[in-house]
Ligand binder design. Structure first.
Ligand code: DTR
Ligand code: CA
Ligand code: ZN
Ligand code: ZN
Length: 320
């Protein structure tokens, strides 16, 4: 059972961990204290939208320097993965690059584990890092990739040590049919899959004419996201158009609890949706879906910021 930790208890816990790791007494070790009420437990930090947008700018410059895209099997994908991996390695994550083949080309998943937590209770956040070949894929899916990266970096900055183990993933070849995530789920085996207590997917979370959609899969994960947006006074809708169309599907098919967020693709915003969310009635949520105009100009900063903060909130809440 996970007992929420106050900062004092956390400090004592950290000192206790130092003792365990060093094998000897640590001078000044405070005695273990009773856990504080949940209200004092570590709260998720704000995710700086400027940092998320800086990652998007890098993804765009990578695409511009590599034939205009970040697609599977192309140099732009490799450069995107190298960028994300370097940030995570520098922040203290244990990273793993997983290879697979799709359409005759080598593909790669990037997995980042945050050391600590119960290895039998893994909370995962993931997003596909590849674009289509027709453009840089900044909303689809630089937005999810950048937000998941910045959430991971926020974990490192805060030194957060939740009860459960945190894992982050960037998938290859999603646009070819969820190839990278399918490969990962298959490679886990039944024992590995049973250790994943939840997988959160983020694929298009900064659409320029945004909606606020929550996946209606695992009820606990769904409620976590809905509670977050309710706290902001933002109405949400159930995401139904994407069933089976993104990287949560292989996890769901394997019995892993899944959830996620989505800001909309080529479907058109209704008047009822515009009444609660603003934006343009009758226009697609993302008119540049799978197009060359899916650039850094194709992002709504407010939606990206809110969804990035929701990712952090959910990862902190679900890993206590
Ligand atoms: N992001 C899209 C897949 C996707 C996810 N949800 C929906 C809903 C409606 C259309 C597409 C999608 C992609 O990677 O192509
Ligand atoms: Ca924020
Ligand atoms: Zn796509
Ligand atoms: Zn996508």
């Amino acid at each position: 059972m996970k007992l929420p930790l106050s900062r004092r208890a956390l400090t004592a816990g950290a000192v206790a961990v130092a003792t365990l790791m060093t094998g000897g007494a640590v001078a000044g070790a405070a005695p273990a204290t009773a856990p504080a009420p949940a209200s004092a437990a570590a709260a998720a930090p704000d995710i700086p939208i400027a940092n998320v947008k800086a990652h998007l700018a890098r993804f765009q410059s990578i695409a511009q320097a590599n034939g205009g895209n970040r697609a599977h099997g192309r140099p732009g994908y490799q450069a995107s993965l190298d960028y994300v991996k370097a940030k995570l390695d520098a922040a203290g994550f244990t990273t793993t690059v997983q290879r697979f083949t799709a359409s005759g080309r080598t593909g790669y998943n990037l997995i980042a584990d945050w050391p600590g937590g119960d290895a039998n209770q893994v909370v995962m956040a993931g997003s596909h890092l590849d674009s289509v070949s027709s453009g840089p894929g900044i909303n689809d899916n630089g937005s999810g990739s950048a937000a998941v990266l910045e959430t991971a970096l926020a974990v490192a900055r805060s030194g957060h040590q939740p009860a459960k183990h945190l894992r982050f993933a960037w998938w290859g070849a999603e646009e070819l049919g969820l190839v990278g995530s399918r490969h990962y789920v298959s490679s886990l085996g039944s024992t590995g899959r049973a250790k994943i207590s939840g997988y959160l997917n983020f694929d298009m979370i900064g659409s320029p004419n945004p909606g606020y959609f929550v996946y209606d899969d695992d009820p606990v994960i769904e409620k976590t996201f809905k509670d977050y947006f309710a706290g902001l006074g933002i109405a949400t809708e159930i995401e139904t158009e994407g069933d089976g169309r993104s990287d949560h599907a292989p996890f769901k098919n394997a019995g892993v609890p899944v959830g996620g967020l989505f800001s909309g693709a080529d479907y058109r915003k209704t008047s009822a949706q515009a009444a609660k969310w603003g934006g343009t009635v009758g226009q697609p949520f993302d008119r540049c879906y799978h197009s060359s105009c899916d650039t850094t100009a194709n992002i709504d900063d407010t939606a990206l910021d809110r969804n990035s903060d929701a990712i952090a909130y959910a990862m902190w809440e679900l890993s206590r």
